[in-house]
Design a binder for this molecule. Structure first.
Ligand code: FES
Length: 95
């Protein structure tokens, strides 16, 4: 039996730069954001592609504990409360 992944990282190009995004999949829906916390210019994960709290209710920035709503990207608790992650629009192809 495999381990179910709820989040993963990916690279994308914008404005001539390669940037890192991450996606979370919850209840059959996928949400994608730039992997950059709104508190400081740091990625949210520690390289482990684990972006969710244990209960899978929030996206967690592991640096200082900011919590973001997975659906909207809004920071609901922590040093950047009220700000939002940058959403990445995407298409799903071949599943
Ligand atoms: S860098 Fe994300 S909460 Fe501080």
């Amino acid at each position: 039996m495999g381990i179910r992944r709820y989040s993963w990282k990916f690279k994308f190009r914008r404005g001539g730069k390669t940037l890192e995004g991450f996606a979370v999949r919850l209840k059959g829906k996928t949400y994608a954001y730039l992997n950059q916390c709104r508190h400081m210019t740091l990625p949210l994960d520690w390289g482990d592609e684990d972006f969710l709290t244990d209960d899978k209710k929030f996206i967690l920035c592991k640096n200082h504990g900011a919590l973001y709503d997975p659906k909207s990207g809004l920071c609901v608790a922590g040093p950047c409360a009220g700000e939002s992650l940058e959403k990445i629009e995407f298409d799903v192809r071949k599943g």
